[in-house]
Design a binder for this molecule. Structure first.
Ligand code: HEM
Length: 327
């Protein structure tokens, strides 16, 4: 008696994607890479992220942004974690990144239990994955085995990181150079459903003169929302505090509210609002705004692709002893 095996469509595509990924190349990261060498590796990272995020709800956003800025520059190789003059981390475009100390904490515990085994690049990817899950998002199975890079150059940051003033075509150019699609752009921008931003990231969308008169410069932004934003930035664009929630409705929850915000013209950055004004992306935004499951299914696949960019294996990299310095 044959039983019918019911496999959900998204699970099937997920499995097929992985089969294709691993059959087609010499890519030797794998699921459960540390199963024998350090069986508690993923649990240690998850516990570190959970404990720290319970104390500091701003942490998940920081960890998620950190992996994006790592993977887009030199691949997912923890090059963003290296300290020193002229490193990626020292570039002004990365000045508001955070979450470094949590990666260091997880690394310390891992070095105690499994010395010289778990790479900082894996810790970073796992921590971002766990941060999303902690904030209420989907939990994603990701392969491990990334090696840590030895190169980190500030000069590589600007050509690879997207500025809020970019047009859709400029954003797509960078995404496609990383092997990511238009759909990945819409999906991964959903990361802005958590976390916060400094005034300089959106202050050019409106202005307030010395008499307090408010002018909306970017008409794709809701006027009332823009007026509220001005109150968050009394010091103007240069103000480094306070920060503003990326998602004004459910700031710490990883959900599909970001897409609802976009449709209400409350995308915080110009690069968010573009997703609604461009006819290539509006239908995806609408779909995600109406269907959180659809967003989460896409997220699982896009996040997997993000954390697979330019991964180093074997002697292309090393397992650092300390995440902030090469061995
Ligand atoms: C597509 C173009 C993107 C642009 C132009 C962009 C730009 C920015 C900017 C300007 C901030 C505010 C930083 C600050 O002032 O502290 C920010 C925050 C953030 N971004 Fe993006 N971003 C983009 C895509 C992404 C992607 C793909 C991810 C992750 C998958 C991501 C995750 C985040 C997160 C989580 C925050 C909040 C950080 C925190 O709370 O400290 N962003 N982004």
């Amino acid at each position: 008696m044959a039983e019918t095996l019911h496999i959900p469509y998204h699970l099937l595509t997920f499995v097929l994607f992985h089969l294709a990924l691993f059959a087609s190349s010499s890519y030797s990261v794998s699921f459960g890479f540390y199963a024998t060498s350090c069986p508690t590796a993923e649990i240690i990272v998850k516990n570190t992220v959970r404990e720290a995020s319970s104390l500091d709800p701003t942490l998940p956003g920081k960890l998620l942004r950190l992996v994006f800025h790592d993977c887009f520059v030199e691949g997912c190789d923890a090059s963003i974690l290296l300290q020193g003059n002229g490193t990626e981390r020292s570039d002004p475009a990365n000045s508001f990144l955070g979450g470094f100390s949590i990666i260091d904490s997880a690394k310390r515990v891992l070095e105690f239990f499994c010395p010289g085994t778990v790479s900082c690049a894996d810790i970073l990817a796992l921590a971002a994955r766990d941060a999303v899950e902690f904030a209420g998002g989907p939990s994603v199975l990701i392969p491990t085995g990334r090696r840590d890079g030895r190169i980190s150059l500030a000069s590589n940051v600007r050509p690879n990181i997207i500025d809020t003033s970019f047009t859709m075509d400029q954003m797509l150019k960078i995404f496609s150079a990383k092997g990511l699609s238009l759909d990945d752009l819409v999906t991964l921008s959903g990361a802005h459903t958590i976390g916060s931003a400094h005034c300089n990231a959106f202050m050019d969308r409106f202005k307030v003169d010395s008499k307090g008169n408010f002018t909306l410069i970017d008409s794709s932004l809701d006027r009332e929302y823009a007026a509220q934003l001005t109150k968050r930035c009394p010091g103007g664009a240069a103000a480094t505090s306070p920060t503003t929630d990326n998602d004004p409705e459910t700031p710490n929850l990883f959900d599909n509210q970001y897409y609802k915000d976009l449709l209400a013209h409350k995308g915080l950055f110009q690069s968010d609002s573009v997703l609604v004004s461009d006819k290539r992306t509006i239908s995806k935004v609408q779909n995600f705004a109406n269907n959180q499951d659809s967003f989460f299914e896409s997220w699982e696949q896009s996040f997997l692709r993000l954390t697979s960019i330019g991964v180093k294996i074997d002697n292309e990299g090393e397992v650092r002893q300390l995440c902030a310095v090469v061995n």
